[in-house]
Design a binder for this molecule. Sequence first.
Ligand code: UT7
Length: 333
Amino acid sequence: MPIGNTIPVGIVGTGIYLPEKVLTNADIEKIVDTTDEWIRNRTGIQERRIISDDMATSDIAVRAAKMALQNAGVSAGEVDLIMVATISPDMFFPATACLVQKDIGAWNAAAFDLSAGCTGFVYGLAVGSQFIKTGMYKTVLLVGAESLSRSINWEDRNTCVLFGDAAGAVVLRQVEDGFGILSVELGADGSGHDLLKQAVQRTQAPGTEGNCRSAENYLTMAGREVFKFAVKIVGETALKAIESAGLQKNDIDCFIPHQANIRIIDAAAKRLDLPKDKVFVNVQKYGNTSAASIPVALHEAFLEGKIKKGEKVVLVGFGAGLTWGASVIKWAL
Ligand code: UT7
């Protein structure tokens, strides 16, 4: 739906953190019965990043958050709210956002986590922008951060080839009239809750092994079903958001979908009649980083000059829940 004709809210700074350790398809060939060819052909992924043993999700979230604040020219003390979208939090509780608050010294900020699977960042944009639109807050720090390598069964070739670790952050604030978030569409279908899940959360404090490794401790996915859902929902939701923003397909300058599988991205681009140069893809480098995927892609697209001030960007997420969401932004930077 249109985001409302009140205070215009947009992204005023972005930041990312990518763990140094690179795990290539060739490395995974040594772990499970798979091939580089299968992974590239079926997913587009060539390599992914893996968080170091002495770090947790909050640590990578903090690094991305600091970069976003610096790029926005905003001090930690000015932040009113920190939201961390994640399905791999450090602990059951407290929220990872509270650890981020402590580490960046944002002592004036409220803090909570948001769980909406790989759609977490788009849900976060909707939630965070509302606080600013109502006038309750001026500055919101939204982070998508995941260390899913710790949720994966490294003996399951159906899942272990797909995911990677990363963090991306944005700062939300009032922007010029006519700029910023133009529309958001959110959705959920809990009847698909079983298709992508981790029934029991491992604790992920640095230096601990977490609780015992039963089957329930791992992420599981019915890949083919999620694939079918994704191919349908990405194009559909993007179109709704474009329409809600009062725009048409050919008004879109940059399409940034959740980076899960190149075949899903290609199908959506086809549905939206978008040429390749308007579609941002980095799944080959990082795999599926869940809630971190869209903010990481957004940061890279901006850095590479693929988004310029006044251009219209479409973000689309989909994932566990099942959940989905899309947003159209008129870029304000
Ligand atoms: O971010 C949340 C959203 N998640 C997603 O978007 C993921 C959506 N799903 C997918 O991207 C795809 O379904 C996968 C990439 C997970 C799988 O691709 P697929 O084309 O749907 O393959 P499949 O699951 O239908 O499996 C085809 C074959 C099977 O063998 P049989 O039964 O045909 O003999 C699998 O056992 O490929 C086999 N297979 C593998 N072979 C080599 C599954 N994983 C692997 C593997 N290496 N890693």
